[in-house]
Ligand binder design. Structure first.
Ligand code: NAG
Ligand code: NAG
Ligand code: NAG
Length: 816
């Protein structure tokens, strides 16, 4: 009897715990299957730089045999599967019927793989099906193209999918322009709604557009809607399934940047004359003031409070030194014609061109004292002011460089470097000397200019989304490299940037709206500022949530604020509107990058994709992924690759090639560096192991015990010794039981209070809280003799405060 019971129990355990093979290395690639090219999927995977294999099957190209799911040495290649269009249905010309391009035997082979390795399947553009517990909401209508609002379903599965992706339920999503087949749940034992559709004219009741399905084969996420790479709604849905299918474990990263660029700083810009629609010259021009920059600095500091933790915002100043001279005395400023007289795509013949500079080998013959006659120069030559912004050169006079000779370009570059030195910014970490924003995106087809750039250490230039010929068309997340054809120069990288519709002549809302209407009224009718800003927010938000890293172009005149009623510049208004909507959509931190780092981001991405062939696999033991194995196959150039981790990892201090990056509450990213020729594999151990099998329970992170006091000649405290007796800059100290010597306390992060001889508070709802916010009181334990301090207890959530600030907090209470 006893024996039988036990064996039944054992079988049961084996079924639950042992449903995955003992140790497997599962390739960290996604398999994308579709019957036609799925732009939206591919773009989104590119945006994370997640690796995938795309296999396309259709009537002309059916699958022969089984899907290629294993490597040559029989290792499983994929840790997730994405179906571009549900059942992969195509029209069979021979039978005149619509059917799946895969046979049921081929599907079974896939489902067997799904089950064996705990792999999740995502089906986009799917059709509700009773096989998966759902059905079409109204078979007489079938699918619709009309717009319906999409809302997160009210259940724990839906919440956890949104949560995992960092997508907020306040994101306003709809089906605009996307054909969809409203569904309903038929069998709630296997299907759960994830996103519902609000009723509209056509579908008069609530229906389901995304469902989670859990059946004997495993888990599936189905979307009953088509996807388009132009649609922000598709982009948002992509984030949901990417996090879900990878379980936030992927060889890639999700990085949002937001960097306003301010061109033409120090120059003055003529204001618009509404009567002539022309720009006024010196008589009526605007030049941003010290006060404008102070307002901007304050804005930078406060705007982050509204952004997700880990965010930081800093504007880039692209400056023209000649503006300093012009303000002190127009007569000493260089008079160089800045206009473009050639076609925008003009390719200059090297050695030819036009020289506009009045003198050669020009040097600035002014000292700091003299230049401080300009109050803006005087403000910025103080580090306390310049360091609040990023800085880069926009050339000295703002000459268009398309036709410029070597002579002119050299003057433009060298003289502005001299000005940067006088400003005391040239060697500062916030200065970018390796990249440039050229005036009017010029000079990038001028080999002489590119050679001068290289001579002065400038290794990349800034492009513009309105110049498609200078953009990487295959992958917008990568730089464009010049060619002999484009520029008579091979391989100069151009980093994209986006032009805003805040114009280089606009200092106020009225001026900008006026010009916007001059440009767009014929096309879209008259616009108010509100309409203008909504259009801009939509355009920019789409780029941001698509993880596009383009900086945003503004000009010095857009900083005007000090003499306006609201003391708020166009740049601020525009950025506030964009960031406000961004925070309604996602909770990912957003950061600004200086020009050099911006360029490096694109170049790093390019290098790792192009020159580093590295196999990444998830090591599965039982039902859990315990580690990531990173095995270089061929490293042709130094590179580093990001591995985003669902939670924490064991950090081996001896391992100098793996650096960890964490921004706010965002996922931890391990950056693994390789040098040319490296072949040694690296392993990252997950802490805790990631529950991978369908029914595996999540486990808690194990506290990492690093004995910090050993290197100071003291062992660490054992259990029972870890009571704080002394605190210094090295850490918390206890006393050993046997020899009464100092020992280093390994902090108890789950319950810091135990290290101070206190119990932890059971909940955060306390009867009383001490002023320092770390110690609370639970009345119910007032007379509990087993507690050393009656009702007093340590508030668990104050752990960070205690760990960084313990001495201050406990000085009085503990006589430390
Ligand atoms: C600039 O100076 C260099 C060396 O000092 C000289 O070789 C060159 O001819 C000069 N160029 C001009 C245009 O004066
Ligand atoms: C600028 O300042 C210098 C002092 O360094 C002074 O001698 C000079 O007159 C000033 N020039 C102008 C144009 O204000
Ligand atoms: C780290 O390096 C030290 C000295 O080389 C060695 O004694 C120690 O075992 C290493 N630790 C790990 C975790 O590899």
């Amino acid at each position: 009897m006893n024996f039988i019971n036990k064996s039944i129990l054992l079988t049961f355990i084996t079924f639950i715990v042992g449903c995955l093979a003992t140790e497997v290395q599962l390739g960290m690639k996604l398999l994308v299957l579709s019957t036609s090219f799925p732009d939206s999927i591919i773009k989104s995977l590119q945006s994370y730089s997640i690796e995938y294999d795309y296999l396309e099957y259709n009537y002309k190209n059916p699958l022969k045999g089984d899907l290629p799911l294993y490597t040559e040495d029989n290792q499983p290649k994929y840790y997730g599967v994405v179906l571009g269009n549900g059942d992969l249905t195509v029209y069979f010309e021979d039978t005149g019927l619509w059917n799946s391009i895969l046979t049921s035997k081929q599907w079974d082979y896939l489902y067997e793989y799904q089950k064996k390795y705990g792999v999740r399947i995502v089906a986009l553009d799917d059709t509700p099906s009773i096989n998966f517990g759902t059905s079409i909401f109204d078979p007489s209508i079938w699918g619709v193209s009309s717009t319906q609002e999409m809302v997160m379903a009210d259940n724990d599965v839906a919440k956890s999918i949104f949560n995992e992706a960092g997508v907020k339920s306040t994101a306003t999503l709809d089906t605009r322009g996307l054909y969809h087949v409203p569904g309903k749940i038929e069998n709630d034992k296997i299907a759960t709604p994830i996103i519902t559709l609000k009723p509209n004219e056509e579908i008069k009741e609530e229906s389901v557009v995304a469902a989670y399905i859990k059946n004997d084969d495993g888990e599936r996420l189905s979307f009953y809607i088509a996807f388009g790479d132009w649609s922000i709604n598709s982009v948002m849905l992509n984030h949901l399934w990417i996090s879900w299918v990878t379980r936030s474990l992927y060889a890639g990263e999700r990085r949002v940047t937001f960097t306003p660029h301010i061109d033409d700083v120090f120059l003055s810009t003529g204001l618009l004359n509404y009567e002539t629609n022309e720009l006024e010259s010196t008589y009526n021009s605007y030049r941003s003031t010290v006060e404008d920059f102070e307002i901007l600095k304050n804005w930078q500091e406060t705007v982050v409070n509204k952004l997700p933790e880990g965010s930081s915002i800093k504007c880039e100043i692209a400056f023209n030194g000649n503006g300093v001279l012009a303000v002190i005395n127009p007569a000493i400023a260089l008079q160089v014609d800045g206009e473009r007289y050639c076609d925008i795509e003009y390719v200059k013949v090297p050695g030819k061109g036009v020289s506009r500079w009045p003198e050669g080998n020009y040097t600035l013959s002014y000292d700091k004292e003299f230049l401080e006659n300009d109050s803006l120069f005087a403000y910025f030559d103080k580090e306390e002011n310049s360091k609040n912004f990023f800085w880069s050169s926009h050339t000295f006079t703002h000459e268009n460089l398309d036709e410029a000779t070597t002579f002119d370009v050299e003057n433009e570059i060298k003289t502005n470097i001299e000005m940067a030195k006088l400003l005391n910014i040239y060697d500062k970490p916030y200065y970018s000397g390796k990249s440039i924003v050229t005036p009017q995106i010029s000079g990038l087809r001028n080999a002489d200019a590119l050679n001068v750039f290289k001579k002065y250490g400038i290794e990349s230039g800034t492009g513009d989304l309105s110049r498609p010929t200078l953009i990487n068309q295959e992958n917008p997340y990568l730089p464009f490299f010049t060619t002999m054809e484009s520029s008579n120069y091979e391989g100069f990288p151009i980093i994209p940037r986006t032009p805003t519709e805040v114009y280089y002549t606009s200092s106020t809302v009225e001026e900008n709206t006026y010009i916007y209407n001059l440009i767009y009224e014929d096309e879209i009718g008259e616009s108010t500022w509100e309409r203008f800003i909504n259009n801009e927010v939509d355009r920019t938000l789409n780029l941001m949530v698509s993880l596009r890293n383009e900086a945003h172009q503004f000009h010095q005149i857009n900083l005007r604020s000090h003499d306006l009623e609201e003391k708020e510049s166009l740049l601020q208004k525009w950025s506030n509107a964009v960031l406000e909507k961004y925070t309604k959509f996602v909770n990912w931190p957003v950061t600004s990058l200086k020009l050099d780092d911006q360029a490096q981001l694109y170049l790093d991405r390019y290098n790792r994709i192009t020159y580093c062939d590295i196999e990444k696999s998830a090591v599965i033991e039982g039902d859990y992924v315990t580690a990531i194995k990173i095995s270089p196959k061929s490293i042709e150039k130094d590179c580093k690759i990001p591995i985003t981790l669902p939670q924490n990892a064991y950090k081996n201090k001896n391992e100098s090639k793996i650096a960890f990056e964490k921004r706010g509450k965002d996922r931890l990213v391990a950056w693994v560096s390789f040098e040319k020729g490296d072949s040694e594999a690296k392993t990252i151990k997950l802490n805790p192991p990631l529950a991978w099998a369908t029914n595996a329970e999540a486990i808690e992170e194990e506290e990492e015990k690093v004995c910090w006091s050993e290197e100071l000649g003291y062992r660490c405290c054992n259990n029972g010794e870890s009571i704080v007796e002394y605190i210094d800059e090295s850490g918390w100290w206890g006393v050993t039981k046997d020899t009464k010597e100092w020992c280093g306390i390994i902090k108890n992060k789950k319950c810091w209070a135990e290290d101070f001889g206190l119990p932890c508070c059971e909940s955060d709802k306390l009867d009383y809280i001490l002023e320092n916010g770390v110690i609370g009181y639970e009345e119910k334990y007032e007379n509990d003799a087993t507690r050393p301090a009656g009702g007093w207890c340590g508030i668990k959530s104050a752990a960070d405060l205690v760990n960084s600030n313990a001495q201050e907090l406990f000085k009085e209470q503990l006589n430390l």
